[in-house]
Design a protein around this ligand. Structure first.
Ligand SMILES: NC(=O)c1ccc[n+]([C@@H]2O[C@H](COP(=O)([O-])OP(=O)(O)OC[C@H]3O[C@@H](n4cnc5c(N)ncnc54)[C@H](OP(=O)(O)O)[C@@H]3O)[C@@H](O)[C@H]2O)c1
Length: 330
C-alpha cells in the first residue's frame, strides 16, 4: 500500500522560497521503523541550516527534525510503540515537514496523555536540548543552586525552556535577547537577569551582575556575533558551551586563547550525540515529560503556521520575529 503525504521539500539550497509543497507517497515501515501521521510539526533553527546548506543534505531533501502524531504502522522488532499510540520525536533524520512519514522508531517516544500533540511537537527537540545542556553539559564540579550561567537568545524556543528549567534547578540564568519585550518575557519565565544585547554590551553587565567574577558556563547558540565576548564572561576554568550558529559560525581560534582567558574549556554540543540510543532518548524524554507534566516548564507555542506556509515560518524565525516555540500544522 502507498499513502499520500503532502511534504515540504527543497530541490536546491537557498532562501525560504526554496521550500516547496509536493505530493509524495509513503509505504510500509521496515524493520525498526514506524509510520506516523503528524498532527503537528516543530520548527527549529536547524531547519534553516539545512535549507541554506550550512549543514549539507543530499538533494532533493525533505527537512524538519521534530514532530508529533499517531502511530499508523509498526515495523518488525519495534517493541516500545504500537498502532494508535500518540507519540512525539526529535531526530530520526530530516523529513518531518509532511503529513506522514516512515522513520526509525528509535527516537520516537510515547506521549503522555496530558501532553497535547502541539506541545509534543514543539518541545521534543528544544526541550531535550535544554535538558542535555543544563544537566549534561557542565563545568568541572558541576552546577549548583545559586550559580550564574549566561544563556543567549533566552526568549527563543530553546531559550524559554532553559529559563524555566534553570530556575527549577536553582540556577541564576542571565538571559540575553534582542528586544525589551523579549527580555521581559525571559524574565517572566525564570531568567534571574536579562540583557537586551541589541541595546547594550552584555559583557560589562555580566561582570557587574556577578560582582566581577564571571559565570561558570555560557550556553551560546548565537555563534559569530557573541563568541569572543561570551568567552570573556567566563570565570577561570569556566565552560564555553557552544550549541548553535544563528548569526553564523564563530571564527576559528587558537587554543592558546583558552590559557590567556583563565584555563577555559570549550565544547560544541549536538543533541544527536545525546539521543544516539533508545535508552538515552527515553531517559531524557522522561525527564522532560516530568517537568512539563508537573507544570514546572511550560511550552509556549507563540506561532502556528499551516504546513503549506512553512516559507513564512522560516522568514519569521530568521528575521528574529518569533518567541518561544513555533509549530506547523498539516
Ligand atoms: N546543538 C544542538 O543540539 C541544538 C539543538 C537545538 C537548537 N540548537 C540551536 O539553538 C539555537 C536556538 O534554536 P531555536 O530553534 O530555539 O531558535 P530560536 O532561539 O527560537 O531562534 C533563534 C534566535 O536567535 C537569535 N539570533 C541572534 N542572532 C541572530 C541572527 N543573526 N539571525 C537569527 N536569529 C538570531 C534571535 O533571538 P534574539 O532576537 O533575542 O537575539 C532568534 O530569535 C539555534 O542556534 C539552534 O541551532 C542547537
Amino acid at each position: 500500500m502507498r499513502y499520500p503525504s503532502k511534504t515540504i521539500r527543497i530541490d536546491q539550497t537557498g532562501g525560504p522560497e526554496q521550500l516547496k509543497l509536493v505530493d509524495l507517497e509513503v509505504g510500509e515501515p521496515g524493520a525498526g521503523q514506524i509510520r506516523i501521521r503528524h498532527h503537528a510539526i516543530g520548527l527549529n533553527f536547524i531547519d534553516v541550516y539545512h535549507r541554506i546548506g550550512l549543514y549539507p543534505l543530499p538533494l532533493p531533501a525533505a527537512i524538519g527534525m521534530e514532530g508529533a502524531g499517531a502511530i499508523e504502522a509498526v515495523g518488525e522488532g519495534v517493541e516500545h510503540l504500537k498502532v494508535g499510540d500518540r507519540a512525539a520525536y526529535a531526530g530520526g533524520g530530516p523529513g518531518s515537514y509532511c503529513e506522514r512519514r516512515v522513520m526509525p522508531a528509535m527516537n520516537v517516544c510515547r506521549l503522555p496523555d496530558a501532553i497535547s500533540f502541539e506541545t509534543g511537537a514543539a518541545m521534543m527537540l528544544k526541550g531535550l536540548t535544554a535538558q542535555y545542556l543544563l544537566k549534561r553539559t557542565l563545568p568541572q564540579g558541576g552546577l549548583h543552586a545559586g550559580d550564574f550561567i549566561v544563556f543567549h537568545a533566552a526568549a527563543g524556543g530553546v531559550g524559554l525552556i532553559a529559563c524555566q528549567w534553570a530556575k527549577e534547578l536553582g540556577l541564576q540564568l542571565i538571559g540575553t535577547a534582542g528586544s525589551d519585550d523579549k527580555c521581559a518575557l525571559a524574565k517572566e519565565l525564570g531568567a534571574a537577569h536579562v540583557i537586551n544585547y541589541n541595546k547594550e554590551d552584555f559583557l560589562p553587565r555580566v561582570k557587574e551582575i556577578t560582582g566581577g567574577k564571571g559565570v561558570k558556563v555560557v550556553y551560546d547558540s548565537v555563534g559569530k556575533d557573541t563568541w569572543d565576548r561570551s568567552m570573556d564572561c567566563l570565570r577561570p576554568f569556566g565552560l564555553m558551551a557552544s550549541f548553535g550558529n544563528s548569526s553564523g559560525p564563530p571564527a576559528p581560534f587558537a587554543p592558546g586563547v583558552l590559557a590567556q582567558k583563565g584555563s577555559l574549556y570549550v565544547t560544541r554540543q549536538t543533541l544527536f550525540a545525546h539521543i544516539a540510543t533508545r535508552e538515552a532518548t527515553q531517559d531524557m524524554a522522561d525527564d522532560l515529560f516530568a517537568v512539563v507534566g508537573h507544570g514546572k516548564v511550560k511550552i509556549r507555542i507563540d506561532q502556528t503556521f499551516p504546513l503549506a506556509k512553512a516559507r513564512e515560518a522560516h522568514e519569521a524565525l530568521e528575521a528574529r520575529k518569533t518567541t518561544g516555540c513555533t509549530i506547523l500544522v498539516p
